[in-house]
Design a protein around this ligand. Structure first.
Ligand code: IMP
Ligand code: MG
Length: 177
């Protein structure tokens, strides 16, 4: 598998340090939320699979984990298609929502999902992504927590895939052209 990876962009140690500090920042914010309020961590599958598993272990408060799905690619493509397909929405009425995804690229997925969740009348919504591409489209999307800013190149590993592969690669890397 490693043969297909051209170079490592973010090594596992740097990822884990950053995930810990994101967890601390989110915890600081959520601790101010009234203890009687429900907190929902809504994770967008499948890309955020590993990120959210690591992140939630740095969130010590009582939270409900809700998974939903979104997909933006048709087969072997590195270009997101115009309309992400969004799966069933979790019930987040009157909850404080932390929406977690792997990466902001065109920004369409997070914008769509956040808009749809907002219609369900949560108490609040904040978003968290591990990666954000330095693209105007991605920078425009409201996102309270960003792990790393990266150049506009296609990355895999730590949950991110190309055509369903490489999600299990423990670092974030760039695949061979
Ligand atoms: P967006 O809607 O264009 O922001 O794309 C978001 C989704 O596309 C992410 O949740 C990822 O699943 C996927 N995606 C975007 N860029 C990459 C990449 O560089 N590698 C792997 N997946 C990506
Ligand atoms: Mg995704």
């Amino acid at each position: 598998m490693i043969r297909d990876i051209d170079r490592i962009l973010i090594a596992r140690g740097a990822i884990s340090d950053r995930v810990r500090s994101l967890g601390e920042a989110i915890t600081k914010h959520l601790e101010d939320v009234d203890a009687d309020q429900e907190i929902a961590l809504v994770a967008v599958m499948t890309g955020s699979l590993i990120f959210v598993a690591d992140l939630m272990r740095h969130l010590p408060m009582k939270i409900r984990i809700q998974l939903m799905t979104a997909s933006s690619y048709i087969g072997k493509s590195t270009q997101t298609n115009s309309d992400p397909v969004i799966g069933k929405l979790p019930n987040v009425k009157d909850m404080h929502v932390l929406l977690v995804d792997d990466i902001l690229d065109s920004g369409k997925t997070l914008t769509r999902i956040r808009g749809k969740l907002q219609e369900l009348n949560p108490k609040s919504i904040q978003s968290c992504v591990l990666l954000r591409k330095k693209l105007p489209s991605a920078m425009e999307v409201p996102c309270e927590y960003v792990g790393f800013e990266i150049e506009d190149e296609f990355v895999v590993g730590y949950g991110l895939d190309y055509d369903g592969y490489y999600r299990n690669f423990p670092d974030i890397g760039v695949i061979c052209p």
